[in-house]
Write a protein that binds this ligand. Sequence first.
Ligand code: GLN
Length: 194
Amino acid sequence: MMTEKPTCIGVLAIQGDSDAHAAAFAGLGIATKPVKTASELAQVTSLVLPGGESTAMLRLLRRDGLDIALRDFVHTRPVLATCAGCILLAREVCNPHQESFAALDISIERNAYGRQNDSAILPVETTLPGGPMEAVFIRAPRILKTGAKVETLATRDGYPVLVREGKILAATFHPELSDDRRVHEAFLEMLRES
Ligand code: GLN
């Protein structure tokens, strides 16, 4: 008989705000493991790709050879991706064009809000129960297009800011930096479903 590994959430911790995600899950009573290497990635069953700087993340991932294992992981396992993490998963990245794992059927524009408006805390409309959600945007990207299988769960000015496709939940904002835990709870619910 096959024995499935117990569920274990990893948080990619090579660059960006991984600690805030770990703290958010800890606040919900869930322990996470930092992931810095391919062997650490092999120990977890789901993963958080935090915000940060996607270009720097890609460079570090390639340097450590973690990009190959990660590409496979994000196409098969549950992933919560925020901001730069969402950029890494996109099918297409522009402003400028950048390589990505193409696990989430979206086109995304980096740093889409210009210098003056690049960081903001705004209420966004969401279909998650509980009404509008406070969203922290930091040098945020904008999702320009979504594929047919992508569900939009929150919007800013009509553009998707929280989306789900299969095992992937992705936000262009930083849910780990506000007190509202609905995005992390939605991810835990996805883990229970899968
Ligand atoms: N501007 C960053 C990028 O292009 C993303 C910003 C963030 O993760 N807060 O990768």
